[in-house]
Design a binder for this molecule. Sequence first.
Ligand code: PMP
Length: 321
Amino acid sequence: LDYTEGIGWHDGRIVPYQPLSLDPSAMIFHYGQSVFEGLKAYVTVNNEALLFRADRNFKRLNNSNARLCIPEIDEQYALEALKQLVSIDREWIPSAPGTSLYIRPFIIATEPNLGVHPSKNYQFIIIMSPSGSYYKEGINPVKIMVEEQFVRAVKGGTGEAKTGGNYASALKGQQIADKEGYSQTLWLDGKENKYVEEVGSMNIFFKINGTVITPALNGSILPGITRDSMIQVLKSKQIPVEERRISIDEVVEAAHQGTLEEVFGTGTAAVISPVGELKYLDEKIIINNGEIGEVSQMLYDTLTGIQNGKIEDTFGWTIRL
Ligand code: PMP
């Protein structure tokens, strides 16, 4: 789909996967005006194809558009176009347990202009690829490390938008974590360097003394769709859940007192990732003996069960093709 100032979005089309031809002065190459989404299509045990909460992805894309001065897309049109695209060939969606079709919608600024202003032209593209299970066997707890030197997002910045720049600023932390043998960075707030925000590609949850706590959305945390879904599942099971500010000191203190029962991340790719080890300053905190906890396992089973059709979707999240 193309956007031209004065005309709007036009010329929606489905074409074979191929390289793009862009002007070297296309604004995306210079000023980072881009937004994207990540979602999945699944095949159920009854061989039905479905999308999971894809309407929310296009809504979030529009929120990102608003922040990046990119014109709004028609969410309904985008959803219908995606359904058509996925329906071309059902074999694209792998059916082995844990596999899915990963879908990446994105918008880039294409006006050839080196002046700094919102682009007058854009391309909205959706690419897809079969993706394997995130974990080789079952779910394995991950190790995460609190980043102390760098920040990913600040109040008033673009943290809440899904835009390339946020991921570029997170690379350094990821590199440090990799070097120390940790799989992802746990980001703190960019002002006081004290409150927990999120992990590289997941939102984060802590179970302390029976209550599940996740950082409240504050403008710099990505509003994860899995995060929102899991809060709803927890509420439906009468498990106490709080969305509020939580400092890293509160987490460490709970660990010292023996009340930090579970830590897990949520995300489209990560599904539910139990955290087995958390590193902060010089301390390595082992959570639940490095094993998956009861609540993490229940959320994993519920989410994957709804996605593979083994559990009835009472939330209205699945979109059949
Ligand atoms: N935070 C960040 C920074 C992410 O990239 C992702 C993955 N999209 C998430 C959280 C989780 O969001 P979702 O559940 O919508 O995939």
